[in-house]
Design a protein around this ligand. Structure first.
Ligand SMILES: [Zn+2]
Ligand SMILES: [Zn+2]
Length: 132
């Protein structure tokens, strides 16, 4: 019973967040409602929720694992500050079948420099843009 409650709290945090939190950040949110919950417990619940398909794990190169809701959307990842932004699916036509194969899901990550970083660095070079 207690486990179910913890899992629900973790799930709610992920579903209500747009920041793609790391396990550590999820833990910070959890202790606001459940002060005794340990980071290990949060990890365990995140793993359970991933295996149940209720949330998804985002593995972004050079970053700690983040967690996200499963509702279909694409991501824009800023190569400068590392923020992950949700994008609505609008630009691309998704297909159910490709060459006789049934498509179950499709993940697209756009990479670039976010508006915030662009504004901050007018005129400056941003590390990593060149040569990519
Ligand atoms: Zn940025
Ligand atoms: Zn997302």
């Amino acid at each position: 019973m207690r486990n179910t409650k913890q899992r629900k709290i973790v799930l709610d945090i992920i579903n209500n967040s747009y920041s793609h939190p790391t396990a550590y950040q999820v833990h910070q949110e959890c202790i606001k409602v459940m002060p005794n919950i340990s980071l290990g417990t949060v990890y365990r619940n995140l793993n359970t929720l991933v295996s149940l398909g209720e949330i998804q794990r985002l593995d972004i190169p050079n970053q700690m694992t983040r967690y996200d809701k499963v509702l279909s959307h694409d991501h824009f990842i800023c190569i400068n500050c590392g923020n992950v932004y949700d994008l609505k699916r609008s630009d691309i036509t998704y297909k159910d079948m490709i060459d006789g194969n049934k498509v179950l899901s499709c993940k697209i990550n756009y990479e670039g420099v976010c508006g915030g970083c662009l504004n901050k660095s007018e005129g400056d070079d941003i590390n990593g843009i060149k040569g990519k």
